[in-house]
Design a binder for this molecule. Structure first.
Ligand code: NDP
Length: 291
């Protein structure tokens, strides 16, 4: 059996068409959804991510602001910038690109962002709201994974989902969203003994580790759905995931590739969250959720 490929690029494109209509509706009411991105330092990968986010905003007719700061920016100065953006009515979403230089505490920065503009969904208030099943900005990568599974009409209720990786931005919130969807969830991490024992029991395996070839065909059962979040480079310098794609695709029923898998969904859900934040200023978000 060869797995069906879940094409994240195509799904992201379809979602962006819907977002584009929502942006149009907001613009007709004189609201232009605005995203501010703060980039501290000159990390190459971060610069690429930030460029992609800006381009996505522009393509959708949204307002985007890039605030570039030197690597020696102090934590109080960064918090002051965030507070200015919290007060700026033209900005509906604020994102501080991670990682930050070592002298700045990520936790303090995330908490400085108003929960109403926390379109990354990292603020403890949004995480708490998500955990208790309330309306919240969902973290973009886990949110994108759920939309991908919805797109292939995969029913999660009663399924066993094994999440490999327990970071605050991917693994942990992904497990919570699967739990909210009535799946049974198991978390694995670097201290898990016998990873394959757990992953072989999974109907769905989500891998967010950051090491290539973490999951091979011997780690999964026949017909499993495999979601690869990882972004690594192979020996030729090409982008690859955490899953041995060629090997696993012969055993899985569905698999996400890298590139063109989870990555394009993450940026798309960031746009979705920013539009949702703008809709909230007009109380349009409830209507958009119904439609
Ligand atoms: P982190 O480094 O924060 O977390 C990695 C997790 O993997 C940790 O929980 C760690 O366990 C676990 N782990 C490490 N080694 C093993 C192992 N051998 N077996 C099982 N678990 C292991 O990473 P992120 O969650 O931030 O990112 C993971 C990957 O996803 C990276 O490649 C990143 O680039 C990519 N990514 C991709 C995105 C996209 O849009 N496609 C978005 C965000 C991330 P422990 O907690 O015990 O240390």
């Amino acid at each position: 059996m060869s797995a069906q490929i879940i094409n994240g690029k195509e799904i992201a494109e379809a979602v962006r068409q819907d977002i584009s209509k929502e942006v149009q509706q907001l613009r007709e009411k004189n609201v232009v959804p605005g995203l501010a991105v703060i980039l501290v330092g000159d990390n190459q990968a971060s610069q690429t991510y930030v460029r992609n986010k800006q381009k996505a905003c522009e393509d959708l007719g949204m307002h985007s602001v890039l605030i570039k700061q030197p690597a020696d920016l102090t934590q109080p100065d960064l918090i002051r910038k965030i507070e200015e953006l919290n007060q700026d009515d033209s900005i509906h979403g604020i994102l501080v690109q991670l990682p930050l230089p070592g002298h700045i505490q990520e936790k303090a920065i995330i908490e400085a962002i108003s929960p109403e503009k926390d379109v990354d969904g990292f603020h403890p208030i949004n995480i708490g709201r998500m955990m208790t099943g309330q309306d919240a900005f969902l973290p973009c990568t886990p949110y994108g994974i759920m939309v991908m599974l919805e797109h292939i009409d995969y029913k999660l209720e009663g399924k066993h989902v094994v999440i490999v990786g327990r970071s605050n931005i991917v693994g942990k919130p992904a497990g919570q969203l699967f739990l909210n969807a009535n799946a049974t969830v198991t978390y694995c991490h670097s201290k898990t003994s016998d990873l394959a024992y757990y992953t072989r029991q999974a109907d769905v395996v989500v891998v967010a580790v950051g090491k290539r070839d973490t999951i091979t065909s011997s780690h999964i059962k026949e017909g499993a759905v495999v979601i690869d979040v990882g972004m690594n480079r192979n020996d030729e310098g090409k982008l690859c995931g955490d899953v041995s794609f060629e090997d696993v695709k012969n055993k899985a029923s569905y698999i996400t590739p890298v590139p063109k898998g989870v990555g394009p969904m993450t940026i798309t859900m960031l746009m979705k969250n920013t539009v949702k934040s703008a809709q909230k200023t007009l109380n349009l978000d409830k209507q958009a959720m119904k439609s």
